[in-house]
Structures are given as C-alpha cells and as structure tokens.
Design a protein around this ligand. Structure first.
Ligand code: ZN
Length: 457
C-alpha cells in the first residue's frame, strides 16, 4: 500500500503544473476533444544568423507539462517547420479561439497528461537586417497588438506562463566584424561569434529584451552602478543613438523617485536603449527602448506590467492605467468624464491591452484615489504594498479589485462594473466611447522598428 501511494504521489508530482498555470485561459473544443493550454517548464532557442544565406534560423526545444488530455497549444507567428513531439513528427494548425479573438498553434496530436518535448525549426524575418556592416536583430514587443509578444519571433506560451529561457546565438560568416548583444538576462560571450543568454524563470513572453547589432552601429554607451535603497549596487547600462547624457541624468532621478514611492527596483539590472522616438517607447523587465520623454513611464512599467505582470488581455489595462496615472502626476478627481468603459470586459481569450486603458484607466484610478483620500488613505501607498505582495506573479483585474476593496474597506464593485468590466445599463451602452491614441505608446511603423533595430549612421 505504501508503495502504491508513493507511486501515485510521484505521478501527480511529475505532472503538476507551476503556480501560474491556474491563470491559463480555458481549454476549448477542438476536433474530437479539446485544445489545451500547457505549462512550459523550460525553453531553449538556438538562433543562427548566417551572413552567407542572409537568414536568421531558429531551432527551439521546449519542455512542457500537460495536465489534462487534449491537443497542446503554443504560439509562433512565423510558420513552424520540422515540428516534432518527443521525437515524432507532428502537424500544427493555426486555430482561432471560440470567440475569434486570436489565433494559436495547436499540435495535431491528442496526448494524455504528462511531460513532453517539442522541437521546432523556423525562420525569423521580422526586425532582422543584414547589410554591409553586419547583422541586427531585435525582439521588439507590443502589448497593444494581438500576438505581439515573444511569439512574434520565437515559439512561446501565452502571457500567463513564467518559465526559464535560454538563447544560444551563433553568428556565421561575420569574421572580423564585432557584434554586441543587449539583453535583460545574463549574457555569456563564448567567442566573437557565439553568445549565450540566460533569462530568469520569472519572465513571461512579455518580459524578454533582446537586441543584437554590429558594434559600430551604436557607439554611445554609459554603464554605472546605482546604489539602490536596499544597498544593492544595481548595474545600469544605457546605450543610445541620441545624446546620452540626458538619459543618464534622468535615469538617476527616476530611479530615486520610483524607489521612494514603490520600494527597491525589482530587477537585477536597468537596461535602457535611448532612441530617436520623440514620444513613446516599449517596456520590458528592467529594460526599455524609449525616447527621453517616455523614460519615466517605461521605467515605472518595470514595477507594474513587467515586474508584477498581467495574466491576460483583460489585465493589461492596469499596466497602462497606472503608468498614465503616474504620468498625470497622480491626479485625483471626484468625477469621471466618460459614462462607462469596458477595459477588462473582453473575451477570456483576448491577449492584447485595450487601447482606451490609458485615458479611461487613469481616470478610473483618479476617482479611486479621490475616494480613498476622503477617508485619509492614499492609492500610491496601496499600490506599493500591492506591487511588493505580487511581484513576479501574474495578476488579474479581479485580484486587484479584491485587494483594493479589502485594503480600503470601500466597496468599489459598482465602479469596477461600470468603468472596468463594462457591465453597462441600456442607456449607458448608447453613450459614445471616446478613443484616443496615447502618446507614450503610439503605433510604430515597420520602418521605425527597423531603424531601431539597425540604426542608420
Ligand atoms: Zn505603457
């Protein structure tokens, strides 16, 4: 009996998913059974940049756990080639979810619960530039577009999942041309043509910063240690295609501000790519590619959005609402200009952030701050505790609502229903919703992204 119990426990243990797995979107009907979201345990990627063929090819090996029988789901925007599961060739179909919100890659083999190894080859064409100076490649990510995270470049799980990732970068046919890699992971330079990057296991598909470029393409680079309020010597690395001193000076001011407000910087490094973008940038965990004017907004995201992380598209409004509320100098307001909003009321399979999150999310928080202030409380103080309590985990709107109500004793549920979940009354539904693009996250053109990848001159 004892042996049997032991064997049973081992099986359950082997197939048990990580803590974040309970944030996975629900399985959905597929063929004779269902497509199931899986739990990535580890992903390693060999990235080959070949100067002869001018191709960036990738070989990926992903170990994952399946907790119930079904057709496993992952995602990769480029076409997967030569896919095997536990060494056997399998077909993969691009499949929409039941609400037609997104598309996912579904492995056309029904498998029981267990652990599996997926191998995939593919070619990256997005933001890869081969020219006479060398090769550049960058994984620029976006929260505002569907399938805009790591899956745009390499096979990934959807946003809820935290798993360790390793990149092995090979540069072929670039003898005598030095290249640089900037990444928010640990970089080991094996030789002039071979690098290894290890990213923390806390990272999701929205966390990773990766930028490879010919050393001569970007010459402005300042590195220093910033003494954190917890005494750490925090390495700061700033590289830039524009004047770098303003970035250095502002970074020091912003780190001081953010650490006073929200506690020690949550990541092991600060990596900043100073760009020509007048306004706007992109956020990563402890990293950003940004214009000077959005540097504060993007560094704030290292606490909220890329420190604590949204579990899905319905959680993304908090990232932009809170960042915009900080941009707006933590404004308070008794009233909200719009009648209702639906920032977290979308399909459970939606993966991108509602574009109205900046204006409507920050207006909502201004009202929350006002109501708290009337009772002698401060929303910023709550956020500091909320960030620290949930750091490096995935959060949902429901969790934020629950913690806010518990901490303040104020019943915000009606406000959440009306301004966040979009549970409109019939009259409110006919009210016009005002949509506005936010200056901190404008839509970047393909050309702008390519110029960030391989700067001209
Ligand atoms: Zn933002």
């Amino acid at each position: 009996m004892k042996r049997l119990i032991y064997a049973f426990v081992m099986v359950v243990f082997n197939f048990s998913a990580s803590a974040s797995y309970n944030q996975a979107p629900p399985s959905f009907a597929h063929k004779d059974h269902k497509a199931i979201f899986v739990d990535f345990d580890h992903a390693s990627y060999v990235l080959n940049f070949d100067n002869l063929s001018k191709l960036a090819t990738v070989e990926s090996t992903i170990d994952f756990t399946v907790t119930e029988e079904g057709y496993p789901i992952f995602d990769l925007v480029p076409e997967p080639l030569d896919v095997t599961l536990n060494g056997l060739p399998v077909k993969v179909e691009l499949t929409p979810d039941l609400d037609n919100q997104t598309q996912l890659r579904v492995i056309q083999l029904k498998v029981p619960a267990g652990t599996y190894q997926l191998k995939i080859k593919h070619v990256i064409t997005e933001n890869v530039v081969f020219n006479e100076t060398g090769v550049a490649s960058a994984f620029w990510l976006s929260d505002l577009n569907d399938r805009g995270y790591l899956e745009k470049y390499i096979p990934s799980n959807v946003e809820f999942d935290h798993y360790p990732k390793k990149f092995h970068v090979n540069l072929m046919g670039f003898e005598g041309v030095a290249h640089t890699i900037k990444a928010n992971g640990k970089i080991d330079k094996i030789s002039d043509s071979e690098f290894e990057i290890t990213y923390p296991e806390t990272y999701t598909s929205s966390s990773v910063f990766f930028h490879l470029f010919p050393e001569k393409a970007i010459t402005k680079n300042v590195s220093f240690y910033y003494t954190s309020i917890d005494g750490r010597k925090l390495p700061v690395d700033i590289y830039s295609v524009v004047e770098i001193e303003p970035f250095v000076a502002l970074t020091k001011l912003l780190l001081a501000e953010l650490e006073i407000d929200y506690g020690p910087f949550p990541h092991d490094q600060v990596l900043i790519y100073g760009t020509t973008l007048l306004k706007g940038g992109m956020e990563y965990s402890g990293a950003t590619a940004t214009g000077l004017l959005s540097l504060g907004h993007e560094l704030f995201h290292s606490y909220n959005a890329r420190g604590i992380m949204p579990a899905n598209g319905n959680a993304g409004w908090m990232d932009e609402g809170m960042a915009r509320w900080r941009d707006n100098m933590y404004r308070q307001s008794a009233v909200i200009a719009h009648n209702s909003a639906k920032l977290a009321g979308h399909s459970i399979w939606r993966r991108s952030t509602d574009r109205d999150s900046y204006a409507q999310g920050s207006a909502f928080l201004a009202m929350v701050a006002h109501k708290m202030n009337l009772k002698g409380m401060h929303l910023k103080d709550f956020l500091r505790d909320y960030f620290q309590r949930n750091m490096f985990t995935s959060v949902t709107t429901q969790l934020f609502e629950k913690e806010l109500i518990e901490a303040t004793g104020i019943d915000f549920s009606g406000d959440f229903n009306r301004y966040i979940y979009g549970r409109y009354t019939p009259e409110e539904k006919s009210m016009p919703v005002i949509h506005a693009e936010d200056p901190h996250h404008p839509e970047f053109s393909k050309e702008e992204l390519l110029n960030l990848t391989m700067p001209k001159g």
